[in-house]
Design a protein around this ligand. Structure first.
Ligand code: 13P
Ligand code: SF4
Length: 324
């Protein structure tokens, strides 16, 4: 359950300080690293050895020399780390931390869909289960989706899954008509509304609107910049505006505020807003207490049948190669 939304949690909050100390101690003792996605709670990001977007986290999981990886994120991210580092113990602080986007693409149905397009290259977003990755030719993230799609010869058809909004965005940018989209979406990003963004724009006329490509097309059309979490963050570090309306999960605001202490970041509210920001309840399931307990117990651990792991690995390794 989300008990406090990230836009209201002060950066560097000292809450649960003892857990942070215990976690740091256990990390050293067990040669473990904590990898955290930008959407996790601020205090979780503070204990992480590395914070990043989906692409950077996969790269880190592939290259770390730690014996143990604690994935402060959702299930598919832990799976990706395990696929890339099968010899390491990969722990997920809350095994219930799923993803509506990954769930919108069950492997059995996707396999039938794929069979309708036998000559197409299958590109799947990293937000998928390991079983879907095993059916995939090349994985992608929101950071490299454009590059990955462009790496496929123009005459080859593409099956793109599971995010219809990211797929539709890439189709519009590339003008590529031979892309067939799976009809999936992220419930957090689909909840942003143009109306609410335009209301905020009236209150903050100088603010730039930054949106994640998992948002619907009308939202992207009123945005000044569209990019992955890492790309949005980088944009704020190089752009000279002082105010931004941020249209993605609110956890990213923590890193944005830290990197740009003099700038103002306004979270865009979801259509059914009660608190003003838009949280992913799965990402917010990860707490300091759960990280501490999973490091202590070395559980819950991600395990993947070896045949599925091997089938999925090629798609992720091809992506990492192509995004160099
Ligand atoms: P990125 O980390 O690629 O920006 O994706 C966001 C996301 O929805 C992760 O769940
Ligand atoms: Fe999945 Fe959306 Fe949450 Fe990302 S924000 S983990 S895509 S449900």
């Amino acid at each position: 359950m989300v008990d406090k939304c990230s836009c209201q949690t002060a950066p560097g909050s000292g809450a649960m300080k003892n857990y942070a100390e215990e976690i740091n101690h256990l990390k050293k003792e067990k040669n473990a690293v904590v990898l955290a996605h930008y959407y996790t709670r601020p205090e979780v990001q503070e204990v992480a050895d590395f914070i990043g977007d989906s692409l950077a986290l996969s790269e880190k999981a592939a290259s770390t020399d730690a014996d143990m990886i604690v994935f402060a994120g959702v299930h598919f991210m832990g799976e990706t780390a395990k696929v890339l580092s099968p010899e390491k113990k990969v722990l997920l602080p809350d095994p219930e931390a799923g993803c509506s986007l990954a769930e919108s693409c069950p492997a059995g149905e996707f396999s039938k869909f794929k069979a309708c397009y036998p000559d197409h290259v299958v590109i799947s977003y990293v937000n998928t289960t390991v079983e879907v990755k095993a059916l995939t030719d090349i994985c992608c993230t929101s950071t490299n989706a454009l590059k990955i799609v462009q790496s496929v010869p123009a005459e080859r058809g593409i099956v793109f899954a599971p995010d219809r909004n990211l797929g539709d965005y890439i189709k519009r940018v590339t003008g590529r008509e031979n892309m067939v989209l799976w009809d999936g979406a992220c419930h957090v990003h689909e909840k942003f509304s143009v109306e609410k963004i335009l209301e905020l724009k009236k209150e903050h006329p100088g603010a730039k609107v930054l949106a994640h490509p998992e948002c619907k097309a009308p939202v992207l059309l009123v945005s000044d910049f569209v990019g992955s979490t890492a790309a949005i963050l980088k944009f704020t570090e190089t752009d000279d505006s002082m105010e931004y309306i941020v249209v993605t999960e609110s956890g990213i605001l923590h890193e944005m505020r830290k990197a740009n202490p003099n700038k103002t970041f306004i979270p865009a509210p979801p259509i059914d807003s009660t608190c003003g920001c838009n949280d992913c309840e799965y990402m917010k399931m990860v707490s300091l207490e759960k990280i501490y307990k999973c490091l202590l117990d070395e559980s819950p651990e991600i395990t993947i049948p070896e045949d599925i792991r091997q089938q999925a690995e090629g798609s992720i390794r091809t992506m990492l190669e192509l995004s160099k």
